[in-house]
Design a protein around this ligand. Structure first.
Ligand SMILES: Cc1ncc(COP(=O)(O)O)c(C=O)c1O
Length: 380
């Protein structure tokens, strides 16, 4: 079993997370401080040992592994020709804008959300429309009436983040269907970013249902985006894939690539194959460890940090903390100065007064960060 308690020094390794602000301890960008599964490291070693790194192509064993993964883990039968490969998931969000909307038309999404959802519209001079996520009985959901009021005749795309980053929410199937029906009513393409779908912490209590399970007429207007990068901690290799069942949408999406996207890294293809083929036991160990961190964090915040609100975290290794009741309007800046911690600033997700804490780290580091947060709040 992997030792998730092991401290692997990352400072000075060219790590965005650790090297952007070497003066702070980092709990921001979504990568974990854990080594990737041994099978992934071994596959990379073998590919490197080959010694030739010419232009790559998605090799048949990778495509086979993706099709098997989609069938076995997500119960979706996907023909290989419905897949499109990309060097990252954010470029796929941008590509969707280029493929399915004209300059001046609009994308719609729900906030708070992973910041690139609020930025990719600029790549193609689109408008951005937003609707807030709201709580219903303590669970985050959509404001269905606000959605109807916000959508316009120029809106072409709905960007869905599911599981939701930063809320950690796994939407029930009915809500995904309701979003897709909304898209059908307004003739929108539904782009479902499911990068966190294998990080559902209690798979029995909150099962994840991919948009790949939408009824055929709704699936025909849907693009599903997935990647092994969050689950297996290989974001630095750059790889994602799209599943686009409708041929016309698929053609538009692949044509929109133009000449702006680089070739995909040949190592990434092999890491992805190994992760999906051999990573399941490691993933289960990871989920058990993350559940422990999630429980530690949730209990700590609820018992020791009065005035700080954390939702029930169903997926991801990200905690969305509301500091407004504690009177902190700029919590990320506060903890940077008062506790030496680098958290993600809620403003970039569309919600000032919040910060996102990445708990994909050894438990002792998480405990230390929580103690420093508590200390700095007590000192105020
Ligand atoms: C919802 C979501 N989409 C996409 C990404 C990043 O994807 P990539 O690194 O493949 O561009 C992240 C990373 O945190 C994410 O949370």
């Amino acid at each position: 079993m992997s030792d998730f308690d092991a401290v692997i020094p990352r400072r000075g390794t060219g790590s965005l997370k650790w090297d952007r602000r070497p003066d702070l301890d980092p709990f921001w960008v979504a990568d974990m401080d854990f080594a990737s599964p041994p099978a992934v490291v071994e596959a990379l070693r073998e590919r490197v040992a080959h010694g030739v790194f010419g232009y790559p192509v998605a090799h048949p064993a990778l495509v086979e592994a993706l099709v098997a993964y989609l069938a076995e883990r997500h119960g979706a039968q996907v023909p290989a020709d419905h897949l499109a490969h990309l060097g990252g998931l954010v470029p796929a969000l941008s590509l969707a804008g280029r493929a399915f909307a004209q300059p001046g038309e609009a994308m719609l999404t729900a906030t708070p959300v992973y910041p690139p959802f609020l930025g990719v519209h600029r790549d193609h001079n689109l408008q951005l429309l937003t609707t807030p996520h709201v709580q219903d009985g303590g669970r985050w959901t959509f404001d269905w009436e606000h959605l109807e009021r916000t959508v316009t005749a120029e809106t072409r795309i709905f960007l869905l983040c599911h599981p939701q980053n930063p809320l950690g929410r796994v939407f029930p199937k009915e809500e995904v269907v309701r979003v897709a029906e909304f898209c059908a009513r307004h003739d929108l393409v539904l782009v479902s970013d499911e990068i966190h779908c294998d990080l559902v912490l209690d798979e029995e209590a909150t099962p994840f249902v991919s948009a790949l399970h939408l009824p055929a007429e709704l699936l025909a207007r849907t693009v599903v985006l997935m990647a092994p990068s969050k689950t297996y901690n290989i974001a630095g290799l750059g790889y994602s894939f799209a599943v686009i069942p409708d041929e016309t949408l698929r053609r538009k999406f692949t044509q929109a690539r133009g000449h702006i996207l680089p070739e995909i890294n040949c190592l990434a293809f092999h890491a992805a194959e190994a992760a999906y083929r051999h990573g399941e036991a490691w993933r289960q160990d990871l989920l058990a460890y993350l559940r422990g961190n999630r429980d530690l964090l949730t209990d700590f915040v609820r018992s020791r940090l009065p005035g700080v609100v954390v939702p029930d975290i169903e997926a991801t290794y990200l905690a969305w903390l509301d500091f407004r009741p504690a009177g902190l309007e700029e919590p990320a800046a506060h903890f940077e100065k008062q506790a030496g911690l680098f958290l993600s600033d809620g403003r970039f997700f569309g919600s000032p007064g919040h910060a996102r804490l990445n708990f994909g780290c050894p438990r002792a580091a998480l405990q230390d960060a929580l103690d420093r947060i508590a200390g700095s709040l007590a000192a105020d």
